[in-house]
Design a protein around this ligand. Structure first.
Ligand code: ZN
Length: 395
């Protein structure tokens, strides 16, 4: 049974805080929304990635969300799967909060910046659903909207449609209700147009050798990106917290390392969202990057990944450390492949890889490289786009 916590609907966004002159700007950049909400004065509920959400002013007005990239808009009924909607109605009935005699007892669903959802009954009662419960309740459209809002990314949609003079790129920090302590990881402030940057990345952890690797990185002031397996995060939450405290980036490498091409869209979605939830539960941080197990994707997987607001991070230097299990061979592969803007692939679950780290880092730094996180290297990578290096975003 779902757990419904009494709550109040999060406040609307103040349009000047997101760089818009007024809330009506939302209707200008998202014409599909204007059709759905009709002629009313609106408040802005969300503006993240390609998604805008609004409601008409006034107590009883439900939320509508639009993906401006595809020009579609959806009401609450579109955001839930039929089974998800029934689960919510059952939970409301169990709590004695299902309004009698209403043709539509569920007035609306809204999403918050931490992945949580708010459901409002026809009687005006509001309940919060905690983030880990939300994803299984949603339709594809609901997952897209929640993923964009949860990603915390700046609003990027609508450039083609926006009237002249309407600013459409807004501050990432300001776009979302409620003002939770939502954080993303991995920014870094090294200017890679000036510095000679390179990104080292470690997959499949956290594991028994990860703390030792963090010691090695800390002693050299080198930053790395960790693509974590969700199922391992709960066992070593303090290691994952330490990664963030020491300026590294944490990212999503699926829950249990399946080949994403073989498991279907719903399972891909679950693999990613469970891992997002585990990392968020351990750290309060929501990753914006993922790496597919084996580097393997197909169109279905990419579409789910995009809907969850995650960029796809590949690599262009493969040390094959999982195969050679040799510190000297891993070192030689890393250093012979290294170049400015490279993304180097390691696995911190092998002791030989961790043994190789001091020599590799010392050598790269002596060649003038600054070791940065992937997000620092790439800027603000786009959801659903595959990146192999700083100079090579794939399709
Ligand atoms: Zn892996």
């Amino acid at each position: 049974m779902l757990i419904l916590t009494p709550a109040s609907v999060p406040p609307a966004i103040d349009p000047p805080s997101i760089g818009w002159e007024s809330a009506q700007t939302a209707l200008a950049v998202a014409p599909a929304l204007a059709e759905q909400v009709g002629d009313c004065s609106v408040q802005v509920l969300a503006a993240a990635r390609q998604v805008v959400g609004v409601a008409c002013d006034g107590e009883d007005s439900p939320a509508y969300y639009s993906d401006v990239a595809v020009g579609q808009a959806w009401g609450s009924a579109d955001l839930l799967s039929p089974e998800g909607r029934q689960s919510i109605l059952d939970a409301l009935a169990g709590a004695g909060s299902l309004p009698d005699g209403e043709t539509d007892p569920l007035r609306e669903v809204r999403f918050g910046g931490g992945g949580e959802a708010y459901v409002v009954t026809a009687a005006g009662e509001t309940f919060e659903l905690a983030s880990p419960e939300v994803s299984p309740l949603l339709s594809d459209q609901g997952r897209l909207v929640r993923g964009a809002i949860r990603s915390g990314g700046a609003f990027t949609g609508g450039q083609a449609e926006a009237p002249a003079g309407v600013p459409v790129v807004v501050a990432a920090a300001a776009q979302l209700p409620p003002p939770l302590s939502k954080r993303t990881s991995g920014g870094g402030d090294v200017d890679c147009t000036v510095e000679k940057c390179i990104a080292i990345t470690y997959d499949d952890g956290p594991g028994p050798y990860t703390e030792k690797l963090l010691d090695i990185l800390a002693a050299r002031d080198a930053k790395a990106t960790f693509f974590l397996l969700g199922q391992l995060v709960g066992g070593r939450p303090e290691t994952v917290q330490r990664m963030l405290e020491e300026g590294h980036e944490v990212a999503n490498h699926s829950w249990s390392h399946p080949d994403l091409r073989t498991i279907g869209a719903d399972a891909v979605s679950s693999q990613l969202s469970r891992t997002q939830d585990a990392i968020e539960a351990a750290t309060g941080v929501t990753p914006t990057l993922m790496r597919p197990p084996y580097g393997a994707t197909n169109d279905t997987a990419i579409s789910v990944i995009r809907n969850q607001g995650l960029a796809v991070i590949m690599w262009d230097v493969d040390t094959r450390d999982w195969e050679n299990r040799s510190a000297s061979e891993t070192t030689s592969q890393a250093l012979s492949g290294a170049h400015e803007g490279a993304i180097i692939l390691f696995h911190d679950i092998h002791p030989s890889t961790v043994d190789a780290a001091p020599g590799i880092i010392d050598s790269l730094q002596s060649q003038g490289y600054t070791l940065v996180t992937v997000t620092n290297l790439l800027g603000d990578p786009e959801p659903g786009v595959r990146y192999f290096s700083a100079s090579n975003p794939g399709s």
